[in-house]
Design a protein around this ligand. Structure first.
Ligand SMILES: [Mg+2]
Length: 225
């Protein structure tokens, strides 16, 4: 078969999974515990909307729902807090090089409330940004994975036409694997993340392959080609 593109989830796939206390990032932003709790609650609500209705949201939606605004310094503190939990797996650069050598487009499709520039800053920091042909961050579109429209947007971003010639790689059996399969793509599961129980939906997709580490993707792709 011919393959044109490989599209990746971000958190827990290109970054090693970290279990974090979701309230802690807000306590890095404000020392007011009531404000932090309101932000945490507002964030949980947008992720529930993502889980149940596959509707996207932004950081500004979270702030609006909590009726708070952040100073530039607080905003920076929020993203700085995440820096320790967002580093790119060292296997990503050689993996992307390998996909490049095979003539495959490389895409990103992330369910995220963050703006594009913060994701691009992280990819640039970790020296992999130049490999990425196209990226869709759900904060920029109406839908989140597993909605087929999110996958279609990611295909468009890398210039891929035929979903049967595209591979999706992700750590979540619902958002990533079920979503990619329903969109007509091949799906590869990276099963190392501890997905919080409240994010489970009971719906799981059946991956076409399961890999132990990211570099194990290359022989899977070679076998399919
Ligand atoms: Mg993920």
């Amino acid at each position: 078969m011919t393959l044109d593109a490989v599209i990746f989830d971000w958190g827990g796939t290109l970054t090693p999974w970290h279990t974090v206390d979701p309230l802690a990032c807000w306590l890095a932003v404000t020392s007011d515990e009531r404000q932090a709790a309101a932000l945490h609650e507002a964030e949980a609500a947008v992720w529930a909307l993502c889980r149940d209705e596959h509707r996207s949201a932004t950081l500004d939606h979270v702030l609006d729902a909590a009726a708070l605004t952040l100073t530039a310094a607080q905003r920076r503190a929020y993203f700085d807090w995440w820096d320790a939990h967002s580093f790119t797996d060292p296997a990503v650069e050689p993996l992307f090089q390998g996909l490049n050598e095979r003539g495959l487009k490389i895409g990103i499709l992330s369910n995220t409330i963050w703006p594009r520039d913060e994701h691009e800053r992280i990819f640039a920091r970790d020296l992999v940004h130049s490999y990425i042909d196209g990226a869709v961050y759900s904060s920029e579109i109406e839908w989140t994975k597993p909605d087929p429209r999110a996958f279609r947007a990611a295909m468009d971003a890398v210039g891929a036409q035929d979903p049967s010639r595209a591979v999706f790689v992700g750590d979540r059996l619902f958002d990533d694997i079920f979503g990619a399969k329903r969109a007509g793509m091949r799906a590869v599961h990276v099963p190392h993340s501890e997905i919080p129980a409240w994010q489970h939906t009971g719906v799981v997709g059946e991956p076409d392959a399961v890999i132990d580490g990211l570099l194990d993707l290359l022989p899977v792709i070679d076998a399919w080609r």
